[in-house]
Design a binder for this molecule. Sequence first.
Ligand code: MRU
Length: 356
Amino acid sequence: MKLPISVEWKKDHLQLLDQTLLPTQTLFFRCDTAQDVWQAIKSLRVRGAPAIGIAGAFGFYLGMIPFEKLSMSEFLLKAKEVFQYLNSSRPTAVNLQWALSRQLTLIQNFQSTGTDKTQTTKELLQKILQEALNIQEEDRSICYRIGINALPLIKEGMGILTHCNPGAIAVSEWGTALAPLHMAKQQGINFKVYVDETRPLLQGGRLTTWELMQSGIDCTLITDSMAAMVMSQGKVQMVIVGTDRVVANGDMANKIGTMNLAILAKHFKIPFYVACPSSTFDFSTTCGSDIEIEERPSSEITHFKGQLVAPEDVKVYNPAFDVTPCELITGMVTENGIYSYPYIEKIKDDFRQSNS
Ligand code: MRU
């Protein structure tokens, strides 16, 4: 794919694509410390559930470098602090916690299996860097498989509606929900995509349209409030979105406005699909209402490009995500296949098998 790589390790620092500047500028910036990565995630300069997991894994490595000279037990204590710190940048996408947990587990295993003579923190740091590279490489092949698995859903001539940016720049390559669209285009299938603008930060308007246009995909930008109208006109035969967390009963959190689409899709009898990698599953959380939903600054709603667009002292509620109940979801696409509702027990079984 020709799209820029949003997260890239460059010998001694992390390079990130500044997603807040797209589509007008394609600029990269460097992160040298865990603090740089925390800021980048918090400010959405890097965003999208798998991408923040990958960035977090590299941020963890950067955060542990200053502790190279510590004893192994002190190193582990610092690792727990760095974990907590990076994990506090954004709460909803579980991929961040998942990637950081992999790093922590690596250290714990290293400590319990090694002997003091042969195992050094220097060696361990190299393993932590390698783990971040592994996480990114695995995500690349997982997203490819999600695309291949979801490809049969894309039919000649159909209209597809999507929300937010579940694309290549939100992961390592291909995307989650956008992966099958990029692939279908490469196979010469004709289809149209309606892209929800995605208020208030316009991930659909700024990022998804830009990304689809780079692939030559026929896309039309609509505001979020137009989705019902477009569906009622028979222009949409499928909705496909990504997700930031799928919990034990199958409910899922995604960008604010996703639940509206699922309710509309049910009304208009349009299939509603969710695409995600296994790193997005959180079976330790029972149901959707237990998911922590990030609330973002009121200025994201009261201001547009620095300009006040609402009374300055108006009360604002700005949750960044909503939870779609599982019964509104037609099916879920993972790297292991397409799962129709009620999908969750089968998904759990398949994950158990692939991890055993
Ligand atoms: O706040 P964002 O832009 O990080 O939200 C991202 C989404 O909601 C995506 O749909 C999600 O991460 C899943 S697809 C990569």
